[in-house]
Design a binder for this molecule. Structure first.
Ligand code: PEP
Ligand code: MG
Length: 539
């Protein structure tokens, strides 16, 4: 048994035989040409053929995977038509007096390098697209067929382009595993949409000898287990069964509204830590994102993320959600989330110490950089901002003032943004108790039951010995939630829960009856919660 590990790009687990995919194109050779104009027109002719192929693929994709996913082939057509791309190829043919295949291949490398050097993850992923269109032209130039329909089982490849992925027969292919690739690539997106488990970045020295071998491809953990032993097979079969049950539930609830039996709409949103959670958000049909823990952006770096870096991530999330609300929580650092480059001193009681909004109000430079990035992302969809660890009206007024400053500055620089809803997390006892006053200052409340529980029960959430205090339901927490929701409604704002209690399906009905308007939970909990909501009544 051999295990190779990559990143899970599309969930699901399958047992099957590996089929190693070999690209159709032969190696590209460079040779001297004498008739330059003939070579340039050879390129023009093959480019036109490629365009026709893409039109066909677009039509096929439209039928099989819907308009938004089919759009990739329109983008490819646009790339094919890009003046810089065409010019680069023609220039190489003319200046170096070389063959067209070579010029296309060099241009593909140059453009791919340029995309890979960009900060924006989305743009980085476009490197695969430019390679895809170039391979298509080269294939036509070399008279290669691009028939991939024979591929079956667990398809193992160095890399796959979106068109190679789409051209494979969905009924025969059970998983994609690639040695290269990125989570943002359209291949990964297509795999998720096609509901085919996918692993990318699965490092291995050579794949030839794996052809035909039995394997387990686990798109959740990112593991490819070749020639699995009996234990691994039993475990995989069990997971497949659980998944099938979940999927059945999922399918029947997808696309439906989260609405109680007596007609109240409840927002069922997702909690995320970053871009890599978006696949699961979409797969589970979240109504929006209710908590984007933005501090993970800071935690995964060795220095402060720049405004541009943050903007590109927020924009990507907002764009992916296509108009659905995305609530970004500002930096919640400190306590258990420590970052060296912040240079924070050791504290006796970090959970009761210098964290979250307390740091942001002191370090306006860090705070404003983040707010600028969030506001800028707001022009790409529907954004909300919420502030963690609030204890007083004064803090809220300060954050509102800083938000206004940021808006003024963006306006002065002609940078577009939209007005966004501003909310606060209710996660300190103080905030819960004075929620009537706080409600007059903001657009919404999101109750952070994880911290609220630790502060109300004086129980450190990091201490495993106290776990049972979080598992048992203390009436103090429910009374506070009820109090907060009532104060929110009396002041005309909505209230949700984004702490772990919100995802506890045994409490859903109780929260709905309390009047909770939103539950923001980890993506796999969304559909089970939607099911309970549909069966319960508010009244
Ligand atoms: C909470 O405290 O309930 C919450 C959602 O925030 P975090 O768990 O990130 O502290
Ligand atoms: Mg918290």
């Amino acid at each position: 048994m051999l295990t190779f590990t990559g990143k899970g790009a599309a969930g699901g687990i399958v047992i099957g035989r590996i089929s190693v995919y070999k690209k159709g194109a032969k190696a590209v050779k460079r040779y001297h040409v004498t008739d330059i104009e003939k070579e340039v027109s050879r390129f023009a002719c093959c480019r036109a053929k490629a365009e026709k192929e893409l039109e066909g693929l677009y039509e096929q994709a439209l039928k099989e995977i819907g308009k938004s996913n089919a759009a990739i082939f329109e983008i490819h057509k646009m790339m094919l038509d890009d003046e810089d791309y065409k010019e680069s190829i023609e220039n190489i043919i003319r200046s170096e007096e070389v063959n067209c295949e070579y010029a296309v291949s060099v241009t593909a490398d140059n453009f791919a390098q340029m995309f890979l050097a960009m900060d924006d993850e989305y743009m980085k992923a476009r490197a695969a697209d430019v390679r895809d269109i170039s391979e298509r032209i080269i294939s036509i130039l070399q008279n290669n067929s691009t028939d991939n329909t024979h591929m079956k089982g667990i398809v193992l490849a160095d890399d796959l382009t979106p068109s190679e992925t789409l051209q494979m027969d969905k009924d025969k292919v059970s998983a994609f595993v690639t040695v290269g690739g990125s989570l943002n690539s359209h291949t990964a997106i297509l795999a998720r949409t096609m509901n085919i488990p996918a692993i990318i970045g699965c490092k291995m020295d050579s794949m030839e000898e794996l052809d035909g071998k039995e394997a387990i491809a686990d798109g959740f953990s990112g593991n490819l287990i070749v020639e699995p032993d009996e234990d691994a097979l039993v475990f995989a079969r069990q997971k497949i069964m659980e998944e099938t049950e979940k999927r059945n539930l999922l399918e029947s609830l997808k696309g439906k509204e989260s609405i109680t039996a007596d007609g109240k709409k409840i927002k069922v949103y997702a909690n995320i830590g970053g871009l890599s959670d978006l696949g699961s958000v979409l797969e589970n049909d979240a109504g929006g994102i209710g908590l984007f823990r933005s501090e993970f952006l800071y935690l995964e770096k060795n220095s402060f993320p720049t405004e541009e870096e943050q903007f590109s991530v927020y924009r990507r999330v907002v764009q992916t959600m296509g108009g659905k609300e995305v609530i970004i929580r500002t930096l919640d650092i400190g306590a258990d989330k420590k970052i060296d480059y912040f240079g924070l001193a050791e504290e006796e009681n970090p959970a009761l110490g210098y964290r979250a909004i307390r740091i942001c109000l002191d370090r306006k430079d860090i705070f404003k950089t983040q707010l600028r990035a969030i506001y800028r992302a707001s022009s790409y969809g529907k954004v909300g901002i919420m502030f963690p660890m609030i204890t007083s009206v004064d803090e809220v007024r300060k954050v509102k003032k800083i938000s206004e400053e940021v808006k003024r500055e963006l306006k002065a620089q002609n940078l577009p943004f939209e007005d966004v809803e501003l909310g606060i997390m209710i996660e300190t006892p103080a905030a819960a108790v004075i929620s009537d006053d706080l409600a007059k200052e903001v657009d919404f409340f999101s109750i952070g039951t994880n911290d609220l529980t630790q502060y109300v029960l004086a129980a450190d959430r990091q201490n495993p010995k106290l776990d049972n205090m979080f598992e048992e339901y203390h009436p103090a927490i429910f009374r506070l939630i009820e109090h907060v929701v009532k104060n929110a409604h009396e002041n005309g704002i909505w209230a949700g829960i984004c702490g772990e209690l919100g995802g506890d399906t045994t409490l859903t009905e109780r929260f709905i009856k309390m009047g909770v308007d939103e539950l923001s939970v980890s993506p796999p909990n969304i559909l089970p919660i939607r099911k309970i909501i549909s069966e319960c009544t508010v009244g």
